[in-house]
Design a protein around this ligand. Structure first.
Ligand code: SF4
Length: 184
């Protein structure tokens, strides 16, 4: 029977760029430079839900982690991830290997090693609004986005361990090479 029993979890937009905030996106549909080699290596995939699309829709603004750190968004992430945890438990119990979870660095939700913060984001956009003030307050910080933070916590609570990797939006080519090397 042809079954590799090795599975990778993917942030939703790796397979569907259309879920991203409008204006962001380095590929047309799926990140083929990553996906084609991984398919050829015999991995199966679980596409994680996009927590931002499923709360704010396609017309959302690009936000920072500070704006998603609400009890409501944490609860939303937890409920989206509950069926994923069930699948990871079931696969693991039955001898399948969940090799990795690939997130999206710099995302406020799916960042693995880097996410974005700003103390002054979230306000009415009127004549006093300054794009310069807002963009100059943006910081890249070395921590997980909210969705990945919740996922890591749920994995720990269930005695599960998964290796987290990430595509870095600022340099997708280099991160694809790094991931493929790690998953050889
Ligand atoms: S990085 Fe996460 S939240 Fe952002 S579009 Fe991709 S799946 Fe959705």
């Amino acid at each position: 029977m042809h079954r590799g029993k090795k599975i990778i979890l993917l942030s939703h937009c790796i397979l569907n760029v259309n879920s991203k905030v409008y204006g962001i996106g380095n590929y047309e549909g799926s990140l083929e430079e990553l996906m084609i080699p991984l398919i050829q290596k015999g991995y199966g995939f679980i596409q994680l839900p996009c927590p931002e699309l499923l709360s704010c829709g396609l017309k959302r603004w690009g936000q920072v982690k500070d704006q998603y750190e609400t009890p409501y968004f944490y609860k939303h992430c937890k409920s989206l991830l509950a069926p994923i945890i069930d699948q990871v438990l079931d696969y693991s119990k039955n001898g399948y290997k969940i090799v990795s979870c690939i997130g999206i660095d710099r995302s406020p939700s799916c960042g693995v090693d880097i996410t974005c913060r700003a103390h002054n984001w979230g306000r009415e956009i009127d004549e006093s609004f300054s794009v310069k003030d807002v963009t100059s307050a943006l910081n890249w910080v070395e921590e997980k986005g909210v969705f990945m933070e919740v996922f890591e916590k749920l994995l720990l609570e269930n005695d599960l361990k998964i290796n987290f990797l990430a595509i870095d939006e600022s340099n997708p080519k280099a991160s694809v090479e790094k991931i493929l090397k790690e998953l050889e």
